[in-house]
Design a binder for this molecule. Sequence first.
Ligand code: AMP
Ligand code: MG
Length: 422
Amino acid sequence: MATITIAQASCADDYDPDSMPVAKARAFIFQFLEPVRSTLRLPIRSALGRVLAEDVVSPVDVPSHRNSAMDGWAVRSADLDAAAQTTLAEIGASFAGRPYGGRVGAGQCVRIMTGGVVPEGADTVVMQERAKANATSITFAPGQKPGQNVREAGEDLARGSIALARGRRIRPAELGLIASLGIGEVSVYRPLRVAFFSTGDELKSVGTTLGEGEIYDSNRYTLHGMLTRLGCEVLDMGVVRDDPALLERAFREAAANADVVITSGGVSVGEADFVKPMLAKLGEVVFWKIAMKPGRPLAYGKIGGAHFFGLPGNPVSVMATFYQFVRDALLILMGAHPVEPVPTFKAVCTAHLKKAPGRTEFQRGILTPAADGSWTVRPTGEQGSGILKSMSDANCFIILGDATGNVAAGATVDVQLLEGVV
Ligand code: AMP
Ligand code: MG
């Protein structure tokens, strides 16, 4: 691994010489990420959410036979009159799974259902809405195109071709696709183990009573949710007090047992004072002031073989930094390639937004469909980084770039979806 040094990580942007732009911090982190190597074979259902460790090569043609895309009649295009009705004798039927078996000769047609094998001799299917059944013959409307409504064997996927490439995350569509090839097991990368704990003397776990000045720890719950949805194996190490000896023990244990260590709290300027020298002893960690809101303080580094993300303490900052830095980093480590970008697009903002230039803001927004089919967005209300309700009410981030100032109602803004991100 390359050596991370504070000097490398320090940076200047146009606004605050001490703060690190989001994109630069992402790029810095990503250069140190080596995907896991070990693999396991799983029955396909159990592979949902995992990442393919080898290409899935199709052992068959898909579809396996030339078949009909419609309910109708299989005909020879040479028999059809382009300009006038044509009547052909019906000689049999081909249903999905029950082929006709014979040959269609001149002047003949075969009743066919969607998925039915197109019989020999026939090259075209006329949909039933364009035909009229008589006692023993069928009359077809003019204007049929040769070859229409026929799906060729191997048209979707030829035998021997790559159906799914290594690095693809397995979603429901991939499960079905793999099954459609008759494959029952796939090779996937082993899951990533992620250990996490919250830091802070003020934190209590749910189920206990709060003393004066204490609050319930919520970050471990949002982290549990985000990590679980990403398909990581989680190791919840609870709350660790702001005590150097206890923190050191927790970091050592976490790094020894996981691929990735995530903490919340303790990385802001005042609090990092005793965390910094302790982590310097255990590994290589850089502490940044990121030019973003929420989520200004952030630490990244390696402790032994484990990657370390020191997220801020504020609950919204934890989620914002997770989405902007940790999500993609974990996917890279999981072997996902390419990492699917989070859907980001433009929408008209219906409210005025307060914003200071010099940092990227991730305001919480609610996207709503407008009557004309376009989408508009409005902020959730108070944007404090401790207001977790703003994340819960939101379905997107409104991303306001470094240079942006206040936004007038009616202006177009960038929005990034939250659903489906993890
Ligand atoms: P810190 O970054 O440790 O200074 O924390 C910043 C703010 O986030 C403080 O108000 C903390 O009380 C709060 N905070 C830190 N950790 C948590 C947590 N796990 N759950 C809820 N709030 C937290
Ligand atoms: Mg703290």
